[in-house]
Write a protein that binds this ligand. Structure first.
Ligand SMILES: [Zn+2]
Length: 243
């Protein structure tokens, strides 16, 4: 423990070059928690392509207007548009010099390949850390995910989320804040969750295989406690064993 603390003080996380970080993880794997931690500790932004798209639509940018009309027809926004938007965000945000976390991108092999080409161009300006993305996959066993997700209960009054296995309310089924009876949202039912997990698996497998073959995939055991997952993520980003 002492050795770890000593190492930690040698590195100022707010000056560290992180590069492009892709966090992969099924729903319930704790990706959001780790992403927030990384963003705060290293002072780099989380860039969500979903948020970007909504923001462009709201602001009525040229891309936003095009995207809106495509979505209104019920079609998927084409890759090139998402990629343009992403590139613009990275280049003009003013907060990406040391890196950024990608959320919701890449989803497909084609997007992953685009990203590789894009980062190669950036590595000329920003150094080796940008030549390839760092990919961290948080893996959690299927049954554990199911427990995490189906254990969710929410309060209809204040919106607080509980988990009957991991963060139960003080009195079973009742909200600690206001005593309302907790509910299971439709999204948290086993059938819906099992479908989501399978869809995630189908969508992500080609990506993990792609990154594994390139040697940029780091797998972290997400069955561990959150702190341990965080420590593993820090180890990958700070100990220089990532390339
Ligand atoms: Zn409540």
């Amino acid at each position: 423990m002492q050795a770890e603390a000593a190492v930690a003080t040698l590195v100022d996380p707010q000056t560290l070059m992180i590069g492009a970080l892709i966090l992969l993880g099924a729903p319930g794997a704790g990706k959001g928690t780790q992403s927030k931690f990384v963003s705060t500790r290293y002072g780099i932004p989380q860039i969500s392509t979903g948020d970007l798209l909504r923001e462009n639509v709201r602001k009525g940018t040229q891309i936003g207007i095009q995207a809106k009309s495509i979505m209104e027809k019920g079609q998927l926004v084409p890759d090139e548009m998402v990629e343009d938007m992403l590139a613009r965000r990275i280049e003009t945000g003013g907060d990406t010099d040391r890196g950024f976390i990608l959320d919701g991108f890449p989803r497909t092999l084609a997007q992953a390949k685009w990203l590789d080409e894009y980062l190669k161009k950036w590595s000329v300006r920003h150094g080796q850390a940008w030549a390839a993305p760092v990919v961290i996959s948080i893996t959690v066993g299927y049954n554990q995910l199911l427990r995490r997700l189906t254990g969710r209960r929410s309060c209809p009054t204040c919106g607080r989320i509980y988990n009957i296995y991991f963060q139960p309310p003080r009195i079973a089924d009742l909200c600690d804040n206001d005593g309302s009876k907790l509910i299971t949202r439709r999204d948290d039912c086993e059938e819906v969750i099992s479908e989501r997990l399978k869809a995630y698996e189908r969508q992500t497998l080609p990506l993990t295989e792609y990154y594994r073959a390139k040697g940029s995939l780091h797998e972290v055991n997400g069955d561990q406690a959150t702190d341990e997952v965080t420590a593993a993520v820090m180890g990958i980003l700070e100990n220089g064993d990532r390339l």
